[in-house]
Design a protein around this ligand. Structure first.
Ligand code: PXP
Length: 237
């Protein structure tokens, strides 16, 4: 079964726009779980412009499903994640000022750096996933870091899907096949939507997890959160 982890950054963005506590990030996370999400993802950035470090601390004791924390492994991020001990940490290479993650790791160049960080998290019992593109060399070297999983950066798939979906998915299938051969678990995320999710899953049914934020929260404006989560889960059946 492919799990749906709901990324709740956009809820925090909305809350922060007014400075109060509406919408309540923790309550929304609990409601996502109640409506059937298999996990909750957050991406605390150093400027705390959406999810704050305090949100991460507040969420940990109340969540009942899988907690996934994404981010660039700065000293502050590593300290936060190790203190919170989520089920999974997803390492992304984006610089602090990036609007959103916009590339995967160059795992060849960062092999030693990633190896040390992966081991550090695994030593305290946290599963590690590394965000990568479909370059097969990056997948091969991701395995050398000792990571448990990779997360495929699906933005290029989502962009090209409306033009030629078979062509768009092909590199992802190839990358996912290699990752499977190498014994890696596979997550996927970025710009996945009700339009493009089912096809990706049909071609890569061995995906462990998808993490979805932007499109899902936007759909919820029209459909409501419960209906939206159910529709996304249906795409994964
Ligand atoms: N995966 C990673 C590593 C991300 O940085 C993000 C965005 O925060 C997502 C998945 C979710 O992407 P989207 O918001 O486009 O669904």
């Amino acid at each position: 079964m492919t799990k749906l982890s709901v990324n709740i950054n956009k809820i925090a963005t909305l809350r922060n726009a007014r400075g109060g506590n509406v919408p309540n990030v923790c309550q929304v996370a609990l409601d996502c779980e109640k409506f059937g999400a298999h996990g909750i993802t957050v991406h605390p950035r150093p400027d705390e412009r959406h999810i704050r470090y305090q949100d991460v601390l507040d969420l940990k004791p109340i969540l009942k499903t899988e907690f996934n924390i994404e981010g660039y492994p700065s000293a502050g991020f590593i300290e936060l994640v190790k203190s919170v001990k989520p089920h999974q940490v997803t390492l992304v290479p984006d610089p602090p000022e990036a609007i959103t993650s916009n590339s995967g790791w160059d795992t060849v160049k960062n092999l030693d750096f990633l190896k040390a960080i992966v081991a550090d998290f695994q030593n305290v019992g946290i599963r590690v996933s590394i965000f990568v593109d479909t370059n097969l060399k990056n997948i091969e070297f991701a395995a050398k870091t000792g990571t448990d999983r990779i997360e495929l950066y699906t933005e290029p798939y989502a962009t090209n899907y409306p033009i030629d979906k078979e062509k768009a998915v092909a590199p992802f299938v190839e990358a996912a096949k290699l990752a499977k051969e190498l014994g890696l678990g596979i997550n996927a995320g970025h710009d996945l939507s009700l339009e493009n999710l089912a096809y990706l899953h049909a071609l890569i049914p061995w995906l462990d997890e998808v993490s979805i934020g932007h499109a899902l929260i936007a759909d919820a404006l029209y459909l409501g959160l419960e209906d939206t989560i159910n529709r996304y889960k249906k795409q994964l059946e």
